[in-house]
Ligand binder design. Structure first.
Ligand code: GFB
Length: 312
């Protein structure tokens, strides 16, 4: 990427945006990273003024209200309103200001709950989504279709990678909002410190999930920004799946928690299985580099090692 290019990354304080900015800053380009207090992306006038002043060449629209199964279920209005407003304003402003290309991530949860596994891109809009995250999925579907519509009507180069569940350094550890990996890592760490004999997992432990380490996801986004130009959505995953019960054991091992694991089946399972078919991306020459075990180790070291805790 050459020196003059201006790249706008919305959501740079989030896990994925943060990882992307760390990589982009190694390139010689200007990276724009407005914070929420500097630019409220839900405000159309403010977004237009920002694009008037900054004139970015490329946009990664990564700002989003995200959360685990509990947050999705509890705050559906916030998930649908904030996300729809943010991407509508950013996509329209990017098109209207002559941005060369925009990347908008969809989500694995926009695929039908009972889609054939692994989920191929052709499953999109082919059935009902998982009800616990319907508001988030509806917002993402709106953004995906908007990218496709702007390409068809205006020739605007907007691309949509469909990431699987991401985790890693910079994740959200708030128990009311977190996804399964940060939630269990924090609980098991505290259980280890408190010598707790038993920790509880939500649900049946049987759902299957695929996880991508955040640095791999950022790497895939940059790869697609450089090499992909199509209205077709494209999956970004690892094609490795694991049950929640097995995942809990892996996390317990990384943390060093040796107590018992039990199940709270009154909590929702969500989708029974969510693995993406990422063959199209792999055929382009991209592959993930970080194994689940390595990613969990990196994340635990960063957030919970003695040195990390001393700094916090
Ligand atoms: O990561 P998670 O919250 O989201 O839950 P989804 C994954 C699985 O882990 C579910 C189980 O079956 C949970 O019941 N689980 C077990 C736990 N223990 C825990 C725990 O302590 N905390 C959490 N959070 N889960 C998300 C969507 O679905 O997928 C988002 O809610 C987003 O919208 C994301 O799309 C990619 O994988 O079920």
């Amino acid at each position: 990427m050459n020196q003059q290019l201006k790249i706008l990354v919305t959501g740079s304080s989030g896990m994925v945006g943060g990882a992307l900015v760390r990589v982009l800053k190694k390139h010689s380009c200007v990276v724009l990273t407005p914070t929420h207090s500097q630019l409220d992306l839900r405000d159309q006038g403010a977004v237009n003024r920002y694009f008037d002043e900054q004139r970015p060449d490329y946009v990664y629209h990564l700002a989003a209200i995200v959360g685990g199964i509990h947050a999705n279920n509890t705050y559906p209005a916030k998930f649908i309103y904030d996300n729809t407003m943010m991407h509508s304003n950013v996509i329209q402003a990017a098109y209207a200001h002559g941005v060369k290309k925009l990347l908008f991530p969809g989500s694995a949860c926009t695929y039908p709950k009972l889609a054939a596994q692994p989920m191929h891109e052709s499953s999109f809009l082919d059935g009902k989504v998982e009800p616990t995250n319907i508001a988030y999925a509806a917002a993402k579907i709106n953004g995906i279709v908007m990218c496709q519509a702007y390409r068809r009507e205006h020739g605007f180069n907007a691309i949509v990678p469909m990431p699987t569940n991401a985790y890693g350094v910079g994740d959200n550890f708030n128990p009311n909002a977190s996804h399964v990996i940060p939630a269990l890592m924090k609980r098991f760490h505290e259980a280890k410190l408190n010598n707790s004999a038993e920790e509880v997992l939500w649900g049946s432990g049987t759902p299957l999930r695929e996880f991508i380490y955040v640095d791999d996801l950022a790497d895939a986004f940059i790869f697609l920004m450089e090499h992909y130009n199509s209205e077709n959505i494209i999956n970004v995953g690892t094609m490795q799946e694991i049950s929640i019960a097995m995942l809990a054991q892996e996390i317990a091992q990384v943390v060093g928690y040796k107590g018992k694991l039990s199940l709270d089946t009154s909590k929702p399972d969500g989708a029974p299985r969510k693995c993406l078919d990422s063959a199209a991306l792999f055929a382009m020459g991209w592959q993930p580099k970080v194994s689940l075990q390595d990613g969990l180790q990196r994340m635990y070291q960063h957030h919970f090692s003695e040195a990390a805790v001393a700094v916090a």
